[in-house]
Design a binder for this molecule. Structure first.
Ligand code: ZN
Length: 236
C-alpha cells in the first residue's frame, strides 16, 4: 500500500482523537483499502457472528466476562496485550483453558502512527513470546491498537505470520459516558450475520472502570445474538 493511505488517516483527525485521556479506538475508514477484514467470511456458517474482546487480560474484567460466556456456552476471541499478559499470566491461560480463541493485540498499547518500523516489529515479537509463554498458543490473528494500521504495520504483521482483523460492530464501551444500555444498543442494534463485535474486557487503555459497564452489558448483547438466531463463533 502506498504511504498516502496512512497520511490520509492522519488527515481524518485520528491523531488528535488519540491524545485525549481515554484512548478511543477508531474504525479506520481505509480498512477496506488496506485489505483488512472486518467481518466473517460467509461460509460455512451463514448465521455466524464473532464476539471479540480487546485489551485484556484484566484482573476484574476478564474473569467476569469468562463467567458470563461459560454460563451461556458461548465462545469468544480475545486480543491480548503482552504487558497485561505478563501482569496476569494465569488469567491468559484461563482464557484458552475455557476454550476461547487467543489472538494478539500488541505488547504495549500504542498508536502505530507514532512508531518506527523497528518499534512495531519489536512490539509484535515481544507480544508473541509473552502470549506463547503464558498460554502455549502461537497467535495467528492480530488487531491493531486503536484500529490503526499503517503500511509498515501491516507489513510487520504479515511478516510475523499474523492475519490482521478489525471489527464491524462495536459497543463503544471505552467511553467515559458509555452505559450498559448504550453499549447494548451500539453493539447489537444493527447486528447481522457475519458481524464481528468489538468489546473490551479491561480498562487499562480506556475510561477508568469501563469494563464494569461492558460486563453489565454483555448478557444483553448475547440476548440479542440469541434472539436473532445468530451463532457465536470464534474468528477463523
Ligand atoms: Zn485496544
Amino acid at each position: 500500500m502506498p504511504l498516502p493511505l496512512a497520511l490520509g488517516l492522519i488527515g481524518t483527525g485520528a491523531v488528535v482523537a488519540h491524545t485525549g485521556p481515554a484512548l478511543m479506538p477508531l474504525m479506520p475508514p481505509l480498512a477496506k483499502a488496506f485489505g483488512v477484514p472486518r467481518t466473517l467470511p460467509g461460509e460455512p456458517a451463514p448465521q455466524a457472528v464473532a464476539i471479540t474482546f480487546d485489551d485484556g487480560p484484566h484482573p476484574e474484567g476478564t474473569p467476569a466476562v469468562l463467567k458470563i460466556l461459560a454460563d451461556r456456552g458461548i465462545p469468544a476471541t480475545f486480543f491480548l496485550v503482552g504487558e497485561r499478559v505478563r501482569a496476569n499470566p494465569t488469567l491468559a491461560a484461563e482464557i484458552t483453558a475455557a476454550g476461547h480463541r487467543v489472538a494478539l493485540h500488541c505488547d504495549q498499547h500504542r498508536n502505530a502512527l507514532r512508531l518506527t518500523g523497528h518499534q512495531i516489529r519489536d512490539d509484535i515479537a515481544r507480544a508473541q513470546e509473552t502470549i506463547h509463554a503464558a498460554t502455549g498458543v502461537e497467535c495467528d490473528l492480530q488487531r491493531a491498537p486503536l484500529g490503526i494500521y499503517t503500511p509498515a504495520f501491516l507489513r510487520a504483521v504479515k511478516q510475523a505470520g499474523l492475519k490482521p482483523w478489525l471489527w464491524s460492530q462495536w459497543g463503544r464501551d471505552w467511553r467515559t459516558r458509555a452505559t450498559p444500555e448504550s453499549i447494548i444498543k451500539d453493539a447489537s442494534e444493527s447486528l447481522v450475520a457475519g458481524d464481528v463485535v468489538l468489546l473490551h474486557d479491561g480498562d487499562d487503555y480506556s475510561s477508568k472502570g469501563s469494563h464494569l459497564n461492558t460486563v453489565k452489558a454483555l448478557p444483553g448483547i448475547l440476548d440479542a445474538v440469541q434472539t436473532r438466531n445468530l451463532d457465536p463463533v470464534v474468528l477463523p
